[in-house]
Ligand binder design. Structure first.
Ligand code: F6R
Length: 261
């Protein structure tokens, strides 16, 4: 796990965008795992800028989103289908037939989840997975207690997550209780993870994920076992890390060639 602390969310998102761009340039038909929520918005905006101004092309890229709310139609304003269209897909050339997001309206959810896993494998597996972190330590919507080996399936949101996400809905009662989410096993099978976390509300979950024991009670901590995970933080999210000065020193003294690796 490489922990990179940058002055603010803007700088961390720009660094994340460089890493995604490098992946796309190195392997134009790569498979990206995508997240939603407030955290990756700046990253998507920067990728859209790179597409617009620097001709970064996603034409051969495939994408798989982490999750979707059960019971929300793709056109619902708070659905992750809508989020992805508004924040990323409408601004880049990623082919519609290669964009995958779990279907919250699927009639047979277990079958849909099994097919989602099959599609990821058929695409060659996820090369780079973008992740946010819940205030309760969730990854995707793998809430505390999720099986460390889990695959795409239905999950029940914690009251904390429903309250955190109420800002995207007219009221908290409108937040669905259930979601379809890639599992922790699905996330661990990706070749590289970029976990982004910004703001003081994430500081505790960040410290527990990066420096605490690996436990199903803090799903983010499982990334300590991932062979290639980078954690990009702003100063506020890094506030409770014990070894923050060491991580800063390591990053600031990396050879230039290694910085974007
Ligand atoms: C979203 C997702 C979630 C969010 C997390 C943080 O696709 O999988 O794990 O990344 O809830 O959300 P924000 O970024 O809104 O704080």
């Amino acid at each position: 796990m490489e922990i990179i602390i940058l002055p603010d969310a803007e700088a961390a998102s720009a660094t994340a965008a460089r890493l995604v761009a490098r992946q796309v340039l190195e392997k134009p038909d790569c498979v990206l795992g995508l997240a939603t929520g407030s955290t990756p918005r700046r990253l998507y905006a920067e990728l859209a800028r790179l597409h617009r101004e620097d001709h970064l092309s996603f034409a051969q890229v495939s994408s798989f989103n982490l999750d979707e709310y059960v019971g929300l139609h793709a056109e619902h304003p708070a659905s992750y289908h809508r989020f992805m269209a508004e924040n990323f897909f409408d601004h880049v050339d990623l082919a519609p037939e290669r964009r995958h997001i779990p279907d919250g309206m699927a009639a047979d959810i277990p079958q849909h989840c099994a097919e989602y896993e099959t599609r990821i494998v058929a695409a060659g597996g996820i090369d780079l997975q973008i992740l946010g972190l819940g205030t309760d330590g969730h990854l995707g919507f793998n809430e505390p207690g999720s099986s460390l080996a889990s695959r795409t399936r239905i999950k029940t949101l914690t009251p904390q997550t429903r309250s955190d996400n109420a800002r995207f809905f007219s009221s908290e009662t409108d937040v669905p209780h259930h979601v379809i989410t890639m599992g922790l096993g699905t996330i661990m099978a990706t070749r590289m993870c970029l976990l982004l976390a910004f703001g003081k509300t994430k500081a505790r979950a960040v410290a527990q994920s990066c420096e605490g024991p690996v436990t199903a009670s803090v799903p983010g901590s499982l990334l300590q076992f991932h062979p290639r995970a980078k954690v990009l933080l702003d100063e506020e999210a890094a506030a409770e890390l014990t070894h923050a000065d060491y991580y800063r020193w390591v990053y600031n003294n990396k050879p230039a060639w290694q910085k974007d690796q």
